[in-house]
Design a protein around this ligand. Sequence first.
Ligand SMILES: CC(C)(COP(=O)(O)OP(=O)(O)OC[C@H]1O[C@@H](n2cnc3c(N)ncnc32)[C@H](O)[C@@H]1OP(=O)(O)O)[C@@H](O)C(=O)NCCC(=O)NCCS
Length: 172
Amino acid sequence: MPASPPPTFRVELLGTQHDRGGFSCGVDALDNYLRRQAAQDGRKHASVTFVLTSDGRAIAGYYTLSQFSLRLSSLPDSVVRRLPKYPDIPATLLGRFAMSVSFQGKGLGEFLLMDALKRSLEAAKEIASAAVVVDAKNDSAKSFYKRYGFAELPEASNRMFLPMATTGQLFS
Ligand SMILES: CC(C)(COP(=O)(O)OP(=O)(O)OC[C@H]1O[C@@H](n2cnc3c(N)ncnc32)[C@H](O)[C@@H]1OP(=O)(O)O)[C@@H](O)C(=O)NCCC(=O)NCCS
């Protein structure tokens, strides 16, 4: 049940035209990452940043994606059963995800998360990935991700994952 796209908003690759300094989500680490690190990580191919904007300048929300790998042994048995028995399993890292305070609580976070999941699913058709992984910054973030089916990894409870097969069902 992906959220329907808000008519005036679109998702773009982070560029110099976007107002990174005006972004404030209430978590300093996430604000500072966007302001100081995101563009550089993009140039160095460490992650790609996507922003939600209505005017091509103000950033309502952002997320980052990069490739990742999960130790098979870190996954619960119920998931391992459905995976090949390689020590490392390819995954997609939704490394950072945040909405600006003035845009929170309007359904845009859900829309942006669905955009990230859809993009991860599409990319996995060409570069295999068995799950989307997130690092939840706090319990509130954890409960947000749980709503969409993310489960905690047994060995690192702030790290959560959503099997790509489940992501596929969201958009089938
Ligand atoms: C968590 C966050 C991304 C949610 O974004 P948002 O735009 O406020 O969320 P939405 O308005 O799209 O909410 C969608 C649904 O999730 C619910 N929700 C929102 N935040 C939630 C939370 N922290 N826990 C549980 N549910 C939450 C909403 O009530 C809504 O449910 P409803 O449709 O039944 O009313 C945003 O609050 C945020 O950026 N917080 C600071 C940074 C952060 O915690 N990032 C998470 C990654 S570490």
